[in-house]
Design a protein around this ligand. Sequence first.
Ligand code: FES
Ligand code: FES
Length: 215
Amino acid sequence: MDNAPGRGDRPSLSRRDFLRGSGAAAAATALATAPALDAQEDKKGGAGVTAIGPGPVKLTLDVNGEKMTNSVEPRVTLLDALRNYLDVTGCKRVCDRGTCGACTVMVDGQPVYSCTMLALEAEGKKVRTAESLIDGGKLDAVPAAFVSCDAQQCGFCTPGFVVALRAVLDKNPKATPAEVERGLAGNICRCGTYEQMRHAIAQLCKAGATGGKEG
Ligand code: FES
Ligand code: FES
């Protein structure tokens, strides 16, 4: 995907930072240490050993400012919990292995691949999905720029792109187009709509659109 945003001058931090945010490497450890878990004493385990599952445990997530609860098996990813248990379907499943970015959500402001994070890891954190980018019929400036610049074809990658882009601008409202593109280096558009995305990015950077809503 050489013509993906940011691929031309991709710095070492982009993909690495993205994966760091995903918590993929910490998934197994987090299962045993996440404080909000409804841990059950493992009767067969050694002293002090706690385990959860394999059956469903209670999960409560803060999604777009709303508390959502269901029971999920500990192995369930944040992506599957959102889509299949909480009916929050903006994040898309494409690769399901941390390579495409279609499942991108924000967790405490950091863009993460929700397919590589366990749902239980997100307890006690603020999860933000593409659904948060419209409020009372008013589009956030980021998806509004995608619409006005026709920056989608099938649209399957779009929720991940707009969430990642919103995260970049929230972190650095004065980001340059090149900096924004680097922030999107973890996202792939299989339709190849990169040129239109560049127009949307240029429009956002020119307008200094950080948190504005457009009709
Ligand atoms: S579906 Fe998560 S990175 Fe592709
Ligand atoms: S618009 Fe189709 S994958 Fe990006």
